[in-house]
Design a protein around this ligand. Structure first.
Ligand SMILES: [Fe+2]
Length: 477
């Protein structure tokens, strides 16, 4: 199988709505947030699988059969491919591998193997049609639930795929990551809006008076995890990293701030770009984030079929790594490293330990972060004070994926699990790491340790960034 990130990457062309009424149906805060006791692994797994399927169906039922089989961008698969691929990966891992059953349609494996056919070429595959794809995914799910009901998913289970329900959690995450990818296809799709959701609440009163940056103290911290049950192989193991003191933007870079970079001629000034980034700007004619258009002296954007003025107070979205890196240099700053980002998000200086999330160890709730496709855009900068990190930084989780300065590399002691195509084949300088998750990321996928990766030219993903700088002598209070 491949994560959406892996699938994105494997495709060389890419990763990762439903109405307001669907909010409850789409949100799956750790499957069962709100209950005092952690859910049994099998209960949590079933809830996560069902939440993922509700979202998958909402995203695919929103368009006509004609739209489902169309390729809306060469960067993306037809939506109907994603739908049956979700079913095929579930058949491979949950029905055949975990259940030891013969499976339903092994003959389809080659059609839905993300590594065999790049996204651009998938329309030529002998894919199942919309009705067949839905029936296939349904039939697989019925067997999956039988397998889950019979499985020993206790933490003490000796088979690592089954312990804590890992493989079921892995497939729920896989489906949610493809849902995010399908949401990106919706954003690329031309035509009138078919998805709807309420706007996020306005920024809290203190948003306008937040400090521009926060200090993250120097010293060691525990990066990654060895204990999070559904963490993927690339998040493991926990290890100590020494991170000197640094300053980090309190909130992600906003559209308003990014417009200043454009107005200052940032796209035409070679000084701000890496050689590769400058070449990319020359080759492609970039002059603004993807989906932006000039409108007199201002800018509009297209967002899931709506054309609207670009809101200045929202985190900037749909910029590639080269643009994020150039903006940071123009601003006299730099992108944070991946270790800096995770330290800012998880390290608690009072206890010395790393939290699961910026706000603590509890699963994400709506007051903490804009996740789960409850909204179809980022929340205004400064939102979610309840989700702030100990440093005071806000919105590290949710709203926009954040580009980091770092290449995608294994942690010391990394072991591929359950197979090397999950992460290992992507390690190297080709990919940059993104952290934090966007508004369309499910809480079941989003952890303080979760790592996403993509090519530095990618703009259709829901990515923005924030900037950092070294702390000066004597600044590390
Ligand atoms: Fe996949």
């Amino acid at each position: 199988m491949a994560t959406a990130a892996a699938d994105t990457a494997a495709d060389t062309a890419s990763t990762t709505s439903a109405g307001a009424a669907a909010y409850g149906a789409l949100a799956d805060p750790g499957a069962l947030a709100g209950s005092a006791e952690p859910a049994e692994p099998s209960v949590r797994a079933r809830a996560a699988l069902e939440a993922a399927r509700r979202r998958t169906l909402a995203l695919t039922d929103a368009v006509s059969d004609e739209d489902l089989v169309a390729q809306h961008s060469r960067l993306m698969s037809p939506l109907v491919w994603d739908l049956a691929h979700i079913g095929n990966q579930e058949e491979l891992w949950l029905v055949r591998e975990a259940g030891g059953r013969p499976g339903l349609r092994p003959d389809l494996d080659h059609v839905y193997d993300a590594f065999q056919t790049p996204r651009a070429d998938r329309p030529a595959l002998p894919m199942l049609g919309p009705a067949e794809a839905r029936a296939y995914a349904d039939a697989v799910r019925a067997e999956t639930l039988e397998v889950l009901a019979a499985a020993d998913t206790s933490p003490g289970q000796a088979e690592p795929l089954l312990a804590d329900g890992f493989v079921f959690g892995m497939l729920a995450q896989h489906e949610q990551q493809h849902d995010e990818t399908m949401l990106a296809t919706h954003q690329l799709r031309k035509g009138p809006p078919v998805l709807d959701a309420p706007a996020p609440p306005p920024a809290p009163a203190d948003a306008a008076t937040l400090p521009r940056e926060v200090l993250v103290p120097g010293g060691p911290f525990a990066m990654g995890t060895s204990t999070e049950p559904w963490a993927l192989d690339n998040e493991r193991p926990a290890h100590t990293v020494e991170v000197p003191a640094f300053w980090l933007d309190t909130v992600p870079v906003t559209n308003g701030a990014y417009r200043e970079f454009i107005a200052a001629g940032g796209y035409r000034d070679e000084r701000w770009w890496t050689p590769e980034g400058w070449q990319h700007v020359q080759d492609t004619g970039l002059e603004a984030p993807l989906f932006w258009s000039r409108d007199g002296d201002g800018w509009t954007r297209r967002r899931f079929g709506h054309v609207e003025p670009v809101p200045d107070d929202e985190p900037v979205l749909h910029v590639c790594w080269y643009e994020a890196d150039a903006y940071a240099r123009w601003a006299g700053r730099r992108l944070p490293t991946e270790a800096e980002w995770e330290k800012a998000a998880r390290h608690d200086p009072a206890s010395g330990r790393s939290r699961r999330y910026p706000w603590g160890d509890g699963d994400p709730r709506p007051e903490h972060a804009n996740l789960g496709q409850r909204h179809l855009q980022p929340a205004p900068a400064g939102s979610h004070p309840a989700g702030a990190a100990p440093s005071g930084a806000r919105q590290l989780i949710g709203d926009v994926w954040e580009w980091t300065a770092s290449d995608f590399t294994p942690y010391p002691g990394f072991t591929a699990f359950p197979y090397k195509e999950y992460s290992e084949v992507f390690f190297g300088p080709e990919y940059k790491v993104l952290r934090g998750g966007a508004f369309g990321v499910s809480p079941v996928v989003c952890r303080g340790t979760f790592r996403n990766w993509d090519y530095p030219v990618r703009r259709q993903i829901f990515a923005g960034f924030r900037t950092a700088r070294d702390a000066g002598p004597g600044e590390d209070a």
